[in-house]
Design a protein around this ligand. Sequence first.
Ligand code: UDP
Ligand code: MG
Length: 318
Amino acid sequence: MEKKQLETLSILIPVYNEVDNIFPLFESLMKALKKTERPYEVIFIDDGSTDRTLDALIDLNCKNPNVKVISFTRNFGQTAALSAGIDSCKGDIIIPMDGDLQNDPENILLLLQKIEEGYDVVSGWRKDRKDPFLTRRLPSIIANKIISFIGGVYLHDYGCTLKAYRKDILKNIRLYGEMHRFIPIYAKWVGARVTEIPVHHFLRKSGSSKYGMSRVFKVVLDLMVVKFLMSYSQKPIYVFGGIGLLMVIGAFLSGGYAIYLKLLKDISFILTPLPLLSVLLLMLGFLSILMGFLAEIMTRTYYESQGKPTYHIKETIP
Ligand code: UDP
Ligand code: MG
């Protein structure tokens, strides 16, 4: 009786050339899932692996009815893989994790405890992270501070894949680029309760990391997009119009100062860059305001053509 009411878990594991990790990972995952005593499904997303990863996954799928495999035609990236998993999973609680044995499946129990306490998002924090300091941990520490500050959700480790989400929170989220790490920000934005807990982290034993330093730049750019969408996607004119108005004001100030210099100090217009600055700012200012109008038209199309509400209802009481 009790068991039936327990919500189903969906474990999502994107894998890209992780052939040697699949079986050991699955074994320890099974042990942990048994302990939760909940119904579960495990969805592996093969992100266009070129080794024998897919064969290993098909093998698992044949032996275990709870294993589902999604196979991409080519490498689309970890975010796309997670999106595919989210779109096709059936569970009430979604738990993504890495397929390289760097996360500890046992920690799923800890995440679940927090979900049971009523949180909608529980973020793993690799407190004792086993990656190189200069190329990984240091950029990550800085990035997490910046992301927390800009996103307004204070987490130590956005990059940790091992997290737990209530399914309803992810319903309307679409992910692009490297954005899966920003889900807690989106979630908070629609009113979710977000928390974090320390989780284990292990050295990568086989296979190699799929990322280099270029990820840092992608994450920074994605963060800017997320921040923009979060704060202004419904009112882009506030950003473009705001910048435009500032420029127009700047244009009048510098123009005014140029006239003051000309009339009272007898300094010719051509002796200062002020008239040029004034014209430039005026033009850019108007252009920016016009871009704001265009963006407004686009947001209307975005929300209205898809029937997307501009709010999120928790429940309606009759
Ligand atoms: N991954 C993926 N597609 C990619 C890159 C990575 O599915 O294009 C998977 C990878 O197989 C692993 C997880 O994402 O399961 C995390 O990748 P990785 O271990 O390379 O990242 P790191 O731990 O070095 O940050
Ligand atoms: Mg890894």
